[in-house]
Design a protein around this ligand. Structure first.
Ligand code: DCP
Ligand code: MG
Length: 371
């Protein structure tokens, strides 16, 4: 027989949008450690190493096998010196001392605690920390701190919002939003997006895209939905942002964290009776309802595919789609549009598949985008 059959080497792309990543993670010990390191750099506003650890975690998440030795990683992209030394430590000791040091660091712990409140970002958290505040009680007892409306509801509903939302709860919310938008416009389109569209069992919120075929009508859709939810008495918090989208200003050249579509950040009251199998709440909680974070985005219909692709995530998948478009295709992609810099034109798309095709990428299903 042949002395040796060459092992099929399927190379792993450096771009998450060329990998298929399901919710099954075979390398959780490594990726959890990388996430802590990335967060530490993020909180210290050191972007390069933060991104490097996020990319490395994303590569390992895409593997259908568990890494058992450093040698097994030699053909993988995006694993640098620092990353490999952390992996080596974990392979040898089952844990990383650097990660443990970060997790026991007072500043890290406090910033993580403060940013876990809805409406509190890294800047505010750091300001509170530098003031000597270390706990929620410290913050709430400090009379010189003026919490904004978002932070007030963040503290008010802290227990509920920091508890994961289940798939059944997401489905119940879909029914509520579906009834609302269709009562307003019978031909409205509603899509569940974010982590739940990727097949996740739990999420920190529930994300929806709503639109209508009538151009311009999508801009009034969210205020009308808000109105209806208010009348139903289930709106606990709302932050509405009107559309600042302007087709003539495309393409946007720099990466923008947020798009310009009309949107709202809500906290809704979800009744247990509406959730199949019941609410995902603490044992002994007998209120019969819980607060849930919901985001609604309303792009115009001709921007729907771009908005859907942009809001489905994951964040790393989105980052790499944009990076791939820019680096490999001389194109600019964001939640609004795809621009071909060579042809100097905007490319049309009615489905996500159209966008992947424009980019010359194989289509990746939503549940394969958990990069
Ligand atoms: N998104 C993005 N950049 C942002 C905010 C959002 O690309 N600054 C996209 C990618 C996210 C999606 O929107 O996947 C929804 O945002 P979420 O924060 O709700 O993230 P997920 O739904 O993916 O996860 P979770 O389960 O935490 O809600
Ligand atoms: Mg989400």
């Amino acid at each position: 027989p042949e002395a040796s059959t060459p092992t099929a080497v399927v190379s792993v792309s450096q771009y998450a949008c060329q990998r298929r990543t399901t919710t099954e993670n075979n390398n959780k010990t490594f990726t959890d450690a990388f996430e802590v390191l990335a967060e530490r750099y993020e909180l210290n506003e050191i972007e390069g190493p933060c991104l490097a650890f996020r990319r490395a975690a994303s590569v390992l998440k895409s593997l259908p096998w568990a890494v058992r030795s450093l040698g097994a990683t030699q053909d993988l992209p995006c694993l640098g010196e620092h990353t490999k030394s952390v992996m080596e430590e974990i392979l040898q000791n089952g844990r990383s001392f650097e990660v443990e040091r970060i997790l026991s660091d007072e500043r890290f712990q406090t910033l993580k605690l403060f940013t876990s409140v809805f409406g509190v970002g890294p800047k505010t958290a750091d300001k509170w920390y530098r003031r000597g505040l270390r706990s929620f009680n410290d913050v709430l007892a400090d009379s010189s701190i003026q919490l904004n409306r978002m932070q007030q509801s963040g503290f008010l509903h802290y227990e509920d919002i920091s508890r994961a939302v289940s798939k059944a709860e997401a489905r119940a919310l879909r029914n509520i939003i579906d009834k609302a938008v269709h009562a307003i416009t019978p031909d409205a389109v509603l899509a569940l997006t974010g982590g739940f569209r990727r097949g996740k069992e739990f999420g920190h919120d529930v994300d929806f895209i709503v639109t209508t075929p009538e151009p311009g009508e999508e801009e009034t859709l969210i205020p009308k939905v808000i109105n209806r939810l208010t009348k139903q008495g289930i709106l606990l918090y709302t932050e509405y942002q009107a559309s600042t989208f302007d087709m003539s200003k495309l393409p946007c050249h720099r990466f923008e964290a947020m798009d310009h579509f009309a949107k709202c950040f809500l906290i809704l009251r979800l009744e247990g009776s509406q959730v199949e199998g019941g609410l995902h709440i603490a044992e002994g909680d007998s209120r019969g309802w819980r607060a849930v974070r919901v985001d609604l985005v309303a792009p115009p219909m001709d921007r729907y595919a771009f908005a859907l692709l942009g809001w489905t995530g994951s964040r790393q998948f989105e980052r790499d789609l944009r990076r791939y478009a820019r680096m490999e295709r001389q194109m600019l992609l964001d939640n609004h549009a795809l621009y071909d810099k060579t042809k100097k034109e905007l490319l049309a798309a009615t489905t996500e598949k159209d966008i992947f095709a424009h980019l010359g990428l194989e289509y990746i299903e939503p549940w394969q985008r958990n990069a």
